[in-house]
Design a protein around this ligand. Structure first.
Ligand code: AMP
Length: 552
C-alpha cells in the first residue's frame, strides 16, 4: 500500500523549476553539436545533408510559418512523411511552438487514416510527394484540415486537380527564423500517435514534453540504446509510428549524427547508406533486417563501421542475431509499444554475465530485457494476482511509468487497472528482471488448457534453412480445442517439394521444444500478410486458415 505525504508537510527544495520542453533538445544540439550532420535520402531521389544548426534555424521558420497559418497552441498538426530532415523540422517546429505533432502511419487502411485525421481534428497535414494520391482521397473526407502542404522544393512540386497544394519550401522561405521558442507547462501535449488498430478503432497515445524528454534520457543511456555524439545512428523504424523509437529526440540530446533512409528501405539502399555514411548503429523491425542480411549475403559484402542494431517491434529471431553476429554486428533486442513512447525494455549483459558461456549470454540477449529506469513491470494471472519473477511463470504483462499513457486521446474510460497499463502481451520475468515475451495475449495457443508460445515455435522455424518467414497460429482441434499450425514463406531458391519439406520442418522441431508444442501441420504461402507496422498479421492468417483441418 503506497502512502502519500502532503507537500505542506515536507521541506521543499530550492532548485530551479525549468520545464522540460522539446525545443530545448534542438537548442542544445545547435549550441553543442552545431556542425554535426543530419543526412537524408529524400523522396526527390537525392541525398541531402545539413547540420543541427541548420535544422534548428529551419525548425524556428516552421514555427513562424505555423503561426502565420493561424495555428494555435494545442492544435493538432498531421504529418504523412518518411524519415527525413523535413520531418525532423516538423517534429520540433510543431511541438516547440506548443501545438501537437500528429504522426500518421500511411500504411494503415485508408478508412483508418481518415478516421484518425478526423478524430485528432488535424488542422494542417504536411505530406511527402509519395503520398499525394492518398492525400487526394483524404481531402473530401477530412473537413477539419485547412491546408495540405507538400514537403517538396518549389521546382519539384506535383500538381493536383483535386486540391490546392501549398509548398513547404516556399512557405518556409517566407520566414526569417527570428523566433524565440515559447516556454510553457512540460505536461502539455507534444505529439500524438495512433496504435495500428488490428482490432477495433485505432487509439491515440498523446505524449507530453516531459514524458518525451524523460524517455529520451532513459533510452539514450549506456545499456539502453547507448546513443552518444560518437555514434552515427540510422533510424529505419519510422518517424510516422512510435516516434522512430525516440531517436529524433535522443540524437539531438546526445549530439549523434543522424542518417535518415527516406522511403527506400530495401537491402541495397540501406547497405549503401550504412557504408557511405559510416553508420555505427541502426534501429528497425526484424522484417527490414531480413532484407538487408539477404542483400549483404548475396553480394558478399561486409560491414565496416556498423557495430550494433537495435531490433524490436516483434521478437528478434535468434537466427537473425546469429546472422548479424557473423558480420560482427551485435543485436540489441528491445521491447516497447506506442503507449510507452515506445521503449520499455532493452536486453543487455551485466558484468557477471561476461564470465558466462556464449550460449548463456545469447540466452539472456534473446530475451526482451530489463526495464529502463522509469518503467516498472509485473506479470499477473487471469485474476490479476501477481506471478513470481522466476523466468517460468507467464502472465499478462502490466507496466507503469513516466512515459506510459494514462488514457487514450479523447477516450472516456482509462485502460489502467489499479494504476497499471495492461500491455496485452504475455511474458515471463526472471529473477534478474529480464522480461521475455511469449505472445500477444490474443495469439497464445491454448492446447488442452495449456499455453503454447507461438513466438517460440516461430523462432525455431525461422532457423530452418528453407524458411524465410514463419508464423504460428492456432487452429481448431476437436480434442484439444486449439493446436498450432505453422504458416511458412519459403526462401525463393528452395525447390524441394512441399510434402517432403513439411516433414523436414516438423522433424527440425524434435528436441528443440516440448513434443506437444510441435505444430500439427505446416502450410506454405507466397506472401506473409503484415500489419501497418511490419508485424505478422495473425488475425488475417487465422481468418485465412479457419477451416484448415488437422489430421487426427
Ligand atoms: P506497437 O504499439 O505498434 O509498437 O506494438 C507494440 C507491440 O509490439 C507490443 O505490445 C508487442 O506485442 C510487440 N513488440 C514490440 N517489441 C517486441 C519485441 N522485441 N518482441 C516481441 N514483441 C514485441
Amino acid at each position: 500500500m503506497t502512502t502519500f505525504i502532503d507537500s505542506n508537510a515536507l521541506l521543499m527544495s530550492q532548485m530551479m523549476s525549468q520545464p522540460m520542453l522539446i525545443s530545448s533538445l534542438l537548442t542544445h544540439a545547435k549550441n553543442n553539436y552545431g556542425t554535426t550532420e543530419i543526412v537524408s535520402r529524400r523522396t526527390e531521389g537525392d541525398i541531402h545533408r545539413y547540420t543541427y544548426a541548420d535544422c534548428e534555424q529551419r525548425a524556428r521558420q516552421v514555427a513562424q510559418m505555423l503561426s502565420r497559418l493561424d495555428v494555435q497552441p494545442g492544435d493538432r498538426i498531421g504529418t504523412l512523411a518518411w524519415n527525413g530532415y523535413r520531418h525532423l523540422e516538423l517534429y520540433y517546429g510543431i511541438s516547440g511552438s506548443g501545438s501537437v505533432c500528429h504522426t500518421i502511419n500511411p500504411r494503415l487502411f485508408e478508412e483508418q487514416i481518415a478516421y484518425i485525421i478526423n478524430h485528432a481534428e488535424d488542422k494542417i497535414i504536411f505530406f511527402d510527394i509519395t503520398f499525394l494520391s492518398l492525400v487526394e482521397k483524404m481531402v473530401p473526407q477530412c473537413p477539419t484540415v485547412q491546408h495540405w502542404v507538400c514537403l517538396s522544393d518549389k521546382n519539384k512540386m506535383p500538381s493536383s486537380e483535386i486540391i490546392e497544394l501549398a509548398c513547404y519550401e516556399t512557405l518556409i522561405a517566407n520566414e526569417n527564423g527570428d523566433y524565440a521558442w515559447p516556454v510553457f507547462d512540460e505536461f502539455a501535449a507534444s505529439a500524438l500517435c495512433y496504435t495500428s488498430g488490428t482490432t477495433g478503432r485505432p487509439k491515440g497515445a498523446l505524449y507530453s514534453h516531459r514524458s518525451t524528454i524523460l524517455h529520451a534520457y532513459a533510452s539514450a543511456l549506456p545499456g539502453s540504446l547507448s546513443i552518444s555524439s560518437a555514434e552515427v545512428i540510422m533510424p529505419v523504424v519510422p518517424m510516422f509510428h512510435v516516434n522512430a523509437w525516440g531517436t529524433p529526440y535522443s540524437c539531438p540530446m546526445t549530439g549523434a549524427k543522424i542518417v535518415f533512409p527516406g522511403a527506400k528501405l530495401d537491402g541495397a539502399s540501406l547497405f549503401e547508406l550504412i557504408d557511405t555514411e559510416q553508420v555505427t548503429m541502426a534501429a528497425g523491425v526484424p522484417t527490414i533486417w531480413a532484407g538487408l542480411l539477404q542483400y549483404v549475403k548475396e553480394q558478399n559484402h561486409s560491414f565496416h563501421s556498423f557495430k550494433r542494431t537495435v531490433i524490436g517491434g516483434s521478437t528478434c529471431p535468434p537466427a537473425m542475431m546469429a546472422s548479424f553476429s557473423e558480420y560482427g554486428v551485435n543485436v540489441v533486442h528491445a521491447w516497447g509499444m506506442t503507449e510507452l513512447s515506445p521503449i520499455g525494455t532493452v536486453a543487455g549483459l551485466k558484468a557477471v554475465d561476461l564470465q558466462k558461456s556464449k550460449s548463456e549470454q545469447n540466452h539472456i540477449l534473446q530475451k526482451q530485457g530489463r526495464s529502463l529506469y522509469g518503467i516498472e513491470m509485473k506479470i499477473v494471472d487471469g485474476e490479476g494476482k501477481q506471478l513470481p519473477n522466476d523466468g517460468k511463470a507467464f502472465g499478462d504483462l502490466m507496466v507503469k511509468g513516466s512515459w506510459v499513457i494514462s488514457n487514450y486521446y479523447r477516450a472516456e474510460e482509462s485502460p489502467l487497472v489499479d494504476g497499471w497499463f495492461p500491455t496485452g502481451d504475455v511474458s515471463t520475468i526472471d529473477a534478474d528482471g529480464n522480461m521475455q515475451i511469449t505472445d500477444r495475449s490474443k495469439d497464445v495457443i491454448k492446447s488442452g488448457g495449456e499455453w503454447i508460445s507461438s513466438i517460440d515455435i516461430e523462432n525455431v522455424a525461422i532457423a530452418h534453412p528453407a524458411v524465410l518467414i514463419a508464423a504460428c497460429i492456432s487452429v481448431h482441434h476437436p480434442k484439444w480445442d486449439e493446436r498450432p499450425l505453422l504458416v511458412v514463406v519459403k526462401k525463393t531458391e528452395i525447390l524441394q517439394d512441399e510434402q517432403s519439406l513439411k516433414k523436414d520442418i516438423l522433424a527440425f522441431f524434435e528436441g528443440k521444444v516440448a513434443k506437444w508444442w510441435i505444430p500439427d501441420d505446416v502450410t506454405f504461402i507466397d506472401q506473409m500478410p503484415l500489419t501497418a507496422t511490419g508485424k505478422l498479421m495473425k488475425l488475417k492468417l487465422r481468418e485465412l486458415f479457419k477451416d484448415h483441418r488437422l489430421a487426427q
